[in-house]
Design a protein around this ligand. Sequence first.
Ligand SMILES: Nc1ncnc2c1ncn2[C@@H]1O[C@H](COP(=O)(O)OP(=O)(O)OP(=O)(O)O)[C@@H](O)[C@H]1O
Length: 256
Amino acid sequence: MAPLLSLRGTTRSFGGVYAVRDVALDLADGELRGLIGPNGAGKSTLFNLIGGQLRADRGTVTLAGRRIDRLPPHRRARLGVAVVFQGARIFPGLTARENVMVGAHATTRAGFVAGALRLPAHRREEREIRDRADECLDRVGLTGWAERAAETLPLGQQRALQLARALCARPRLLLLDEPASGLRAPERAALADLVTALRADGLSIILVEHDVALVTRLADRITVLDLGEVIAEGTAGEIRADPRVIEAYLGSEARV
Ligand SMILES: Nc1ncnc2c1ncn2[C@@H]1O[C@H](COP(=O)(O)OP(=O)(O)OP(=O)(O)O)[C@@H](O)[C@H]1O
């Protein structure tokens, strides 16, 4: 079966230094891929190149057979790419439900003019978005938290809220940049269960995480980046035994 996401020759440099270099990657539909690598390996840059926040210097990004590498982020979002960035902020002053509704507005039709004029199409759409937001809150276990001010949610719930916001756009591909960072063990376990459940729903996921143990537990396959290049790809067992991976991690705190 053709991959859902395919990268070929994807390259991006900053000031003459490669952040991502000649990356080839195929993600199967429904796969959960771990993406690991030492600090500065290029993981966040690669997410930005897939999500469209950054343009590649060269190479292709193909989603479900369609080239998306020249499209702006919102067009990629409409085609099913959702990125939850590391340290993404929730909107303070809004409730949990409103935070999720903001995610859905990006992909709806009636848009700003209809909204400003409060046309019937807009009111109907607003109701639909509200219902969809509640579904997404339910999906991530935040039923009952909808009316709470988002900034008063505990950190674990705030991370779940970010996932709900991404889900509201009905993605096929979810890119998660260190969703577990700063979480305590029980919150981390809850997040891992949630990611597993989303994957079981059919979402394809790429997970960047410094907690390598978490990645090895969740991912089907793992891709290892170092200095912008893919140095290994395989199952957790294969990755652990790969001399290039061990070398890349030598001297860093992380252990594979
Ligand atoms: N906007 C930018 N301008 C200049 N250099 C950048 C920019 N973004 C990333 N880089 C550089 O590109 C390289 C890859 O960075 P990137 O943030 O993608 O790595 P990472 O694997 O996500 O790191 P970390 O694990 O620390 O988050 C680094 O050397 C970084 O300094």
